[in-house]
Ligand binder design. Sequence first.
Ligand SMILES: NC(=O)c1ccc[n+]([C@@H]2O[C@H](COP(=O)([O-])OP(=O)(O)OC[C@H]3O[C@@H](n4cnc5c(N)ncnc54)[C@H](O)[C@@H]3O)[C@@H](O)[C@H]2O)c1
Length: 389
Amino acid sequence: MFSKNSIIGVVGSGAMGSGIAQVAATAGHKTIVYDTDADALEKSKTNLTNSLTKLVEKQKITDEKAKEILNLTSYSNSIQDFKNCALIIEAIVENSHVKQEVFKELESITSETCVLASNTSSLSITSIASACINPEKVIGIHFFNPATLMPLVEIIPGVATDLIIANHCQALINSWGKVTVMAKDTPGFIVNRVARPFYSEALRIYDEQIADMATIDWAMREIGGFKMGPFELMDLIGHDVNYVVTETVWKQFYYDPRFKPSLTQKRLLEANFLGKKSGRGFYDYREGATLSEPNKDEVLGKHIVNRILCMLINEACDTHYLGIASALDIDLAMTKGVNYPKGLLKWADELGLSQVLITLNELYSEYQEDRYRACILLKKMVKEEKHFY
Ligand SMILES: NC(=O)c1ccc[n+]([C@@H]2O[C@H](COP(=O)([O-])OP(=O)(O)OC[C@H]3O[C@@H](n4cnc5c(N)ncnc54)[C@H](O)[C@@H]3O)[C@@H](O)[C@H]2O)c1
């Protein structure tokens, strides 16, 4: 279906579209980037040149390769230029209606075999595809930011997507050097669903004043082995993105309390304390601001890590139980998409599934909240003395 001669189209030349185009051209494809905003196109072009210059300086690629990538990439303000594309990846504003209109137009100007993909993080692929006459060739291909550096790509067939097309897309993206996982079209797919407790359970612990954010971050880094603590990571992502993803996933899951957002984070967003980029978030990044010191109490630290980790494992179990993705793909997604130190299901095996269930049951009996209900699969596996690997 695809070959090196396949022309790749990218709609949207923002952060994601620019990165995706660079990945496609680096893999040797003629790549066309289209945007309605001429300034955005110009910026994308400049960013590609700068990015390639840096890669040559660092001897990651040769000068010839950089020239080849530049020659393969073109920028256009006319959607008509996509007419010979084999695959078009859309990375525009996160709005279902706008995306549907663009997909309709793309379908009308391209060949019958052209695959139309969306890089959406939170919208339903099935819903975007429903605007097309041939929804079987519409799919989710979800890169992570920055697309040039993050190895993971989630492949998401919608309800109507032809699975043969999905397999061809997966093989193509693998050939670009990415690690792909297949996920069912459900809110947050794999990563943006399974990772929710990393933030929300940390916020819950903080809101309940069990520990302050510096202590929670310290515990998750030093004891849990995560690269960043939840609060520093939320500040880095920005609350305009992180809070909105949490709220969207919660709403799409019919307000399941497991995904309930925190008012503390909402207030930060309302105050425009967006995190590192605005100078203030959970932490104060302004010059001269003092950093709070963590309470390095090992017992408290282990309690924090165990609680957040068991909630993460519970979500990973449910994602597997509901057939969203295989155990292997869930673990790959979390290690390659958000750099977790270990796959959550492998981690669950190592901790002992019965230990994870004990922690969840303790939380459930303490709070009497649906949020802490243990996944049925976990209960069954404990009963049958099974493990994931
Ligand atoms: N930023 C992330 O971390 C991230 C990660 C994964 C997925 N995504 C998803 O990728 C998509 C793009 O995100 P982004 O951060 O690159 O956005 P962005 O705001 O940086 O870029 C979007 C670009 O799309 C252009 N655009 C808007 N409407 C258009 C239209 N109708 N036709 C053509 N171009 C149009 C805009 O001019 C802009 O240049 C979204 O769906 C987002 O959910 C984002």
